[in-house]
Design a protein around this ligand. Sequence first.
Ligand SMILES: Nc1ncnc2c1ncn2[C@@H]1O[C@H](COP(=O)(O)OP(=O)(O)O)[C@@H](O)[C@H]1O
Ligand SMILES: [Mg+2]
Length: 346
Amino acid sequence: MSAGRELVSPDAEGDEHTIEAALRPKRLDEFIGQARVREQLSLVLHSALRRNRPPDHVLMSGAPGLGKTTLAMIIAAELGAPLRVTSGPALERAGDLAAILSTLSEGEVLFIDEIHRMARPAEEMLYLAMEDFRVDIVVGKGPGATAIPLDIAPFTLVGATTRAGLLPAPLRDRFGFTAHMDFYDVGELERVLHRSSRLLGIVLPDDGAREIARRSRGTPRIANRLLRRVRDFAEVRADGLVTRDLASAALDLYEVDAEGLDRLDRAVLGALLGKFGGGPVGLSTLAVAVGEEPETVEVVAEPFLVRQGLLARTPRGRVATAAAWIHLGLVPPPDAFGADPRPAEP
Ligand SMILES: Nc1ncnc2c1ncn2[C@@H]1O[C@H](COP(=O)(O)OP(=O)(O)O)[C@@H](O)[C@H]1O
Ligand SMILES: [Mg+2]
């Protein structure tokens, strides 16, 4: 993996987990942005506290690095409840889930990250657990097998997924509240950066914060990472002061462009324009052209490109918009997606 790719990869890497833990907001009122989600969640949590009952199960969906894990921890903290953490890929067999469910204490928050990757039998066990706080433990095999019902403590499930579309409807329907996490705007990311710079002891003038925020792909995790890289650059190349020009020079060096597009983003657009004339082209063909897994292109690159108005998903495949041609310094063809329809010559 190249330095550029790591820098903007939305997943936490290496010792970043430790730094992230230090930068994570602990309570809902420290959590920046996502105003709608925060307000709705606050209502759900407070009414549950008032009734002295565990709140509805909560599903959070959104791109990597937008704060899903952070919110799961905040939910437990706001409820004053213990938190148990697992992930979809760890729940391969129903027994893996049964072992966790049967040892939950009353009111505990169970966080299942990447819940769309849970195995089928575990998923089916979860339906019953979510609805009736009960699991059926199957004893024996074949025709002689019997299901022994086992009550479990009332708990709150918090699920997180980057791909809500992959969740089977029966599972999605059992969540009382779904939080759709969106990309952050520049102002919100500036607040994230100012908060992090205070915690890390970095002097960050407003114009430096703005420049980093603009290039952070709408993602707090990336903003925090760019902040640390720019700080390193400032310490070596300058007097440590993160000015706008310095941030801009540092991010050029790390190959994050002025709109925050990273190498993968540009590779996807470059292939779409250079090899497929702007599309439409299928996801898997496009992924092969950039040498990545289709899931990486779909989960990591596309949501941001779509949100920036550079790429569109159509029933016939992925297409580049007129803005994408312009972003890569090319002239869009007249029939490019999203191009201004020209009035016919008289
Ligand atoms: N709303 C926010 N306010 C402040 N920092 C945030 C916010 N959302 C995310 N972060 C920061 O970004 C990092 C990644 O967030 P995380 O919750 O791990 O994302 P996800 O689970 O969605 O991939 C966290 O360490 C945290 O410091
Ligand atoms: Mg996470």
